[in-house]
Write a protein that binds this ligand. Structure first.
Ligand code: RP5
Length: 152
């Protein structure tokens, strides 16, 4: 994520990955404030065995695009909600990538954080049948919870 101020939201992505037993690491790296370190980290990711990168940033949110420019791993972008423009700035600057360098952009804020983790898990599940079973189990539990809702 681009700033520690993103952590309260992005910790939810980590919680989902942990729930599914997916190894991951969380770092603060900024496209603007630490451009060299960001490029180095992402360039080394594939060699370190990483398979998916989730990049979250707010405002002029260039982090996911910069990550995607430095790796051929799938990059999932999470636009953080911003004070000034409620995350519309983050959304547009994450999603509007030029053809040739894709970023899979999720929803603004917490739903995007959680779904980025779930989408990363779905990507990993292509080669891990046990993870796919866990996704099915998660969906079934989610459906049951909705169907059992009671209203006052
Ligand atoms: C972005 O600027 C970060 O991803 C964060 O969402 C936003 C504000 O950062 P701080 O000023 O709170 O560090 O780079």
């Amino acid at each position: 994520m681009g700033s520690k101020s993103d952590w309260d939201v992005m910790r939810q992505a980590g919680e989902v990955l942990t729930k599914f037993g997916v190894d991951h690491e969380c770092r603060v790296l900024s496209a603007h404030r630490t451009p060299k370190e960001t490029a180095e980290y992402v360039s080394a990711a594939e060699g370190r065995g990483m398979e998916v990168i989730i990049a979250a940033a707010g405002g002029a949110a260039h982090l996911a695009g910069v990550c995607a420019a430095h790796t051929v791993l799938p990059v999932l972008g999470v636009p953080m909600e911003s004070a000034a423009l409620k995350g519309m700035d983050s959304l547009l600057s994450t999603v509007q990538m030029p053809a040739g360098i894709p970023v899979g952009t999720l929803a603004i804020g917490a739903p995007g954080a959680r779904n980025a983790a779930l989408l990363a898990i779905a990507i990993l599940a292509n080669s891990r049948p046990k993870l796919r079973d866990l996704i099915r189990q998660f969906r079934a539990e989610q459906s049951t919870k909705v169907l059992n809702e009671t209203l006052p």
